[in-house]
Design a protein around this ligand. Structure first.
Ligand SMILES: Cc1ncc(COP(=O)(O)O)c(C=O)c1O
Length: 394
């Protein structure tokens, strides 16, 4: 049985009439940039995540970029982050001229390791203003954790370290809209726990647009105003620019589509969890639980329904590349997220990292594989995926 990694058409057909009517209305109005559709979707995201302010932007990448710009992170600064993530996390840091400081990951959750973060910052000198200075002599200005694959990083630990060092936290929540964290002081929603949260509506995300789209949420009203200006060339008043921003505006068309989809997001994420549970059963039945490492669900007993939203379903496996070849022949969808840790990327050679510096991120890049997990996947397809994998290890 052929199983695609993702099939967006199945979701679309269930919403086609509603979406087409909405798109028609926007076409008739010829109101494409900003306006009531964008504002309504921003309010819906605040309501959904508990964030104070939401600013629709062009993509998840631009959401990260604009958050850094709002904090005036620039050349001579550094931002602490994970090396095991999509390129945009570190790419946005480099684009404002700052250094990415990569901290190794926790091998079970694949998220930023809090003990490693703490150890790094403890080893930093402080400048006369009391800010930590990276080993390369750059002022550390922020921490940027990623909630990878739809699982929240340890935000209790990250926020504690951040407050100890007076650093703002920018949550890269591109893969985690709706994911919940059982915090010491109550539950938190991915993106709404730190100072900024950045979402991506790339079509393969749990909430996907019909193209690119993103959102920044933030706690502080003054920073929200700054973000609104920055997304519009830095102008608060038309044609008067106190700062330099860019065109980072979310389209009304995308906002309208996303607003139709948002009420379904929790149900879709629940179906992804149901699929994850089925994978667990199938792998157990196939006797593969010793062979492969299934995703860790550290908050499963927290009582939070969105303790994991499985944007991706990731296995750690022996002979990963051999398995990929086998699955490709069997026409079973799979992908590698991500084959090369960011500290080993050619474009970041100037940062001076060497192989072996961040061993858990390097190992994850060699051993992990993503399997189909989209909500409409059938039990038969899940069975076929596991059967395909069992065929390789038999
Ligand atoms: C962790 C992470 N950060 C940032 C992004 C960038 O989002 P976008 O593709 O919307 O620019 C993505 C999306 O792929 C992502 O997965």
């Amino acid at each position: 049985m052929q199983v695609p990694l993702l099939d967006l058409k199945q979701q679309y057909v269930t919403l086609r009439e509603q979406i087409r009517a909405e798109v028609d209305q926007i076409m008739d109005s010829q109101y494409f940039i900003g306006g009531p559709k964008v504002e309504a979707f921003e309010r819906a995201i605040c309501e959904y995540t508990g964030a104070n302010h939401a600013i629709g932007v062009t993509s998840g990448t631009d959401a990260l970029l604009i958050a850094l710009m709002a904090l005036d992170v620039k050349a001579g600064d550094a931002v602490v982050t994970t090396p095991y993530t999509f390129f945009a996390t570190a790419g946005s840091i480099a684009r404002v001229g700052a250094d990415a400081v990569f901290i190794d990951i926790d091998p079970k959750t694949y998220n930023l390791s809090v003990p490693a973060l703490r150890a790094y910052l403890e080893g930093c000198k402080k400048n006369p203003q009391g800010q930590p200075v990276s080993h390369a002599g750059k002022t550390i200005r922020a921490i940027m954790p990623v909630h990878l694959y739809g699982l929240c990083a340890d935000m209790d630990g990250i926020l504690e370290v951040a407050s100890q060092y007076g650093l703002p936290v920018i949550e890269d929540s591109a893969q985690a809209l709706g994911a919940e964290f059982p915090g010491r002081n109550g539950k938190g929603s991915a993106g709404a726990m730190g100072d900024f949260g950045c979402y991506s509506f790339f079509p393969s995300k749990n909430l996907g647009a019909f193209g690119d789209g993103g959102m920044v949420v933030c706690k502080d009203a003054a920073l929200a105003d700054r973000l609104r200006a920055l997304r519009n060339h830095g102008g608060e008043r038309r044609y008067y620019h106190k700062m330099i921003g860019g065109n980072f505006r979310l389209d009304a068309l995308q906002a309208a589509v996303l607003a139709i989809k948002l009420p379904h997001l929790d149900a879709w994420s629940a179906q992804r969890r149901r699929n994850a549970a089925l994978y667990h059963e199938e792998f157990a039945k196939a006797g593969l639980c010793e062979k492969v490492t299934l995703p860790f669900e550290p908050y499963a007993d927290s009582g939070l329904k969105n303790h994991h939203i499985f944007n991706q379903f990731i296995l750690r496996v022996p002979d990963r590349d051999g398995l990929c070849e086998h699955l490709a022949k069997a026409q079973i969808g799979h992908a590698i997220y991500y084959p090369l840790s960011l500290h080993m990327q050619e474009c970041f050679a100037y940062l001076g990292y060497e192989e072996g510096d961040l061993p858990e991120a390097e190992r994850a890049a060699k051993e992990t594989i993503a399997l189909p997990i989209y909500p409409e996947l059938t039990p038969e397809q899940i069975h076929a995926v596991v059967e395909g994998i069992a065929g390789f290890y038999k």
